[in-house]
Design a binder for this molecule. Structure first.
Ligand SMILES: [Zn+2]
Length: 186
């Protein structure tokens, strides 16, 4: 098997408990995503939520509104139901599976970026990475700041925040870290 580049082990903490994975629906990278998650020792330790564009649409009806084609926003009702579905499923996963970490996995050559954004067709890899990082870190900050409650029998609940790690995967399956705590948390 060809050698794949993954983020160095010192760049982020490998999660010790279960993980919620947010990816695009793109069919080309299903095997590459699986391989990366196994590399991070997460086999059968993650809930997988997939939606077109991964982090792209989460703030489409808000701070990122003007970056989108308006006919797309109209067609998808500002993506409000996409956002709600993600929020609801993350909450269910947290409640059922002791989720403490989220992986947002963006990818190269994403059709949703091309179709939804005014400037979603990229001329170079650096610009593409930079654009994905903007949307992924915006979602990461939002998800991190949701407050979750740890269930402790006989004692008061303790609150905690999710650690959200953002990655981008290229068409050969190489993975690059876009951001990870503590950078995004402060
Ligand atoms: Zn995609």
């Amino acid at each position: 098997m060809a050698h794949l580049d993954y983020p160095p082990v010192d760049d982020y903490r490998i999660p010790g408990t279960n993980v919620f994975v947010i990816s695009c629906i793109d069919l080309r990278l299903a095997d590459n995503l699986l391989e990366f998650l196994h590399h991070d020792n997460l086999a059968n330790r993650y809930d997988h939520f997939a939606l077109a564009g991964a982090a792209l649409s989460y703030h489409a009806g808000g701070v990122h509104y003007d970056l989108f084609h308006h006919h797309v926003l109209e067609h998808y009702d500002n993506f409000e139901h996409w956002k709600r579905s993600l929020d609801d499923h993350l909450q269910i996963a947290v409640d059922l599976h002791d989720i403490r970490d989220v992986y947002i996995v963006e990818h190269e050559d994403c059709g949703a970026y091309k179709e939804f954004l005014k400037d979603g067709k990229f001329t170079n890899w650096e610009a593409e990475i930079s654009c994905h990082k903007k949307f992924a870190t915006a979602l990461a900050e939002d998800l991190h700041h949701k407050v979750y409650h740890e269930k402790k029998s006989g004692r008061e609940q303790e609150t905690y925040f999710l650690n959200v790690h953002c990655f981008i995967i290229d068409l050969r399956g190489n993975v690059k870290l876009l951001s990870s705590p503590p950078e995004q948390l402060l």
